[in-house]
Design a protein around this ligand. Structure first.
Ligand SMILES: Cc1cc2nc3c(=O)[nH]c(=O)nc-3n(C[C@H](O)[C@H](O)[C@H](O)COP(=O)(O)OP(=O)(O)OC[C@H]3O[C@@H](n4cnc5c(N)ncnc54)[C@H](O)[C@@H]3O)c2cc1C
Ligand code: SF4
Length: 335
């Protein structure tokens, strides 16, 4: 399979990249290309101009004077797993980055590209002409192969990283023709499979900001795949638990789930239920059940809703248990 023809632009500054992006041409940003190039090969998009972000000035992860973590959107997933600043301030992000695809893809793929990846569907991410006569809604046609009588696209958003940024209460800095703005990570997602991101055509995510956390905290990330090697998630769950000083009572929980709907979701009902309660085995079981039963689940890639609900319950429990175990280790080290 060949890439369609395109012109490659290599701007040297964000301003130059923004002006190229807003030029009205059929343009697209290119980071590692691990999401974009396969889509171009499947003719899911055919931008005439690609604007490479590789030549932009870059910086390593930094902790500022307010103890916020600031990360270059162009950082590779491998670099995330090796950064001492990220391992100290946002280990949850590193746990998720470590579970994306393979080392080769993690070397090429970036944080910005991961959270801006397109939604996926069994009927979409493959050669079209071989099996399908008409383009589906997401290819610009009028029908859906997944739900033939429906008028909505149900493609799912598979990023492993985005749910962990929901857990960490992160924001993104976006540069565009109107200047720079800071947006909560939740707000960049539309929950519309046809256009999963709310970014305007001239906007680029330049930085990711993770605020300082106040209390002792525990982290867990669980990803379920059929194969252990290169595979998108069937379901993924991130957990960030802030606790009281005893490290056993939950002060605030943030639980976010990916790969089962049009965008990442917070398990708000489950989070509220756990706040103020002991992190006992019984409560972890109950909260996992609540997360699984309260979230939107779209059957995808051949997995039924019932199966995915069960997977979500098990993976939530795994991520919560990992977070609690991490807290127990901290407690033992403090003795
Ligand atoms: C075989 C395979 C397995 C994979 N497995 C996983 C997996 O397990 N988990 C997972 O999460 N992903 C997976 N991916 C998807 C992808 O590789 C990763 O998400 C990767 O992090 C994407 O980053 P990239 O830099 O290559 O993105 P690119 O392909 O360069 O870009 C992706 C999209 O984001 C846009 N974009 C890029 N940077 C920015 C920016 N700074 N601001 C605004 N828009 C931007 C691009 O225009 C493009 O539309 C897999 C891909 C492949 C091919
Ligand atoms: S769910 Fe979306 S991508 Fe999948 S076949 Fe239907 S319209 Fe196409």
């Amino acid at each position: 399979m060949y890439l369609p023809k395109f012109t490659l632009e290599s701007p040297r500054s964000i301003e130059e990249a923004v002006s190229l992006l807003g030029s009205g041409e059929q343009t697209k940003l290119l980071s590692g290309g691990t999401d974009l190039f396969p889509r171009m090969k499947y003719k899911l998009c055919s931008p005439g101009v690609l604007i490479s972000l590789k030549g932009l000035p870059s910086f390593p992860p930094q902790i500022d004077e307010e103890r916020k973590l600031i990360i270059d959107a162009n950082i590779s997933l491998t670099a995330i797993t090796l950064s001492p600043e990220i391992l100290e301030k946002a280990p949850l992000l590193a746990l998720a980055a470590q579970k994306v695809a393979t080392r080769e893809i993690r070397n090429m793929g970036t944080l910005g590209g991961n959270i801006c990846q397109e939604t996926r569907c069994l009927y979409l991410n493959q050669t079209h002409t071989f099996q399908f006569t008409e383009p589906c809604l997401k290819r610009g046609g009028k029908e859906c192969y997944f739900a033939p009588k429906g008028k909505k696209c149900w493609a799912t958003f598979m990023s492993d990283i985005a749910p962990t940024l929901f857990c960490l209460n992160a924001s993104v800095i976006v540069a565009g023709l109107d200047g720079e703005q800071q947006i909560k990570i939740e707000e960049i997602y539309t929950n519309d499979s046809l256009k999963p991101l709310s970014l305007k055509p001239d906007q680029i995510i330049t930085k990711i900001i993770v605020p300082k956390t106040q209390s002792p905290s525990g982290n867990g990330f669980a990803k379920f795949t059929v194969r252990k090697t290169i595979e998108f998630a069937i379901v993924n769950v991130g957990v960030f638990l802030e606790t009281e000083k005893d490290l056993k009572t939950c002060k605030k929980a943030r639980i976010a789930v990916g790969a089962v709907s049009e965008g990442p979701q917070r398990a708000l009902e489950a989070e509220d239920w756990l706040a103020g309660k002991s992190l006992s085995k019984e409560n972890i079981n109950k909260v996992s059940q609540k997360a699984a039963s309260s979230l939107k689940i779209i059957p995808h890639h051949g997995y039924s809703k019932k199966y995915l609900t069960e997977c979500l319950k098990i993976q939530s429990k795994q991520a919560l248990n990992d977070a609690v175990e991490g807290l127990a280790d901290q407690s033992n080290r403090g003795r």
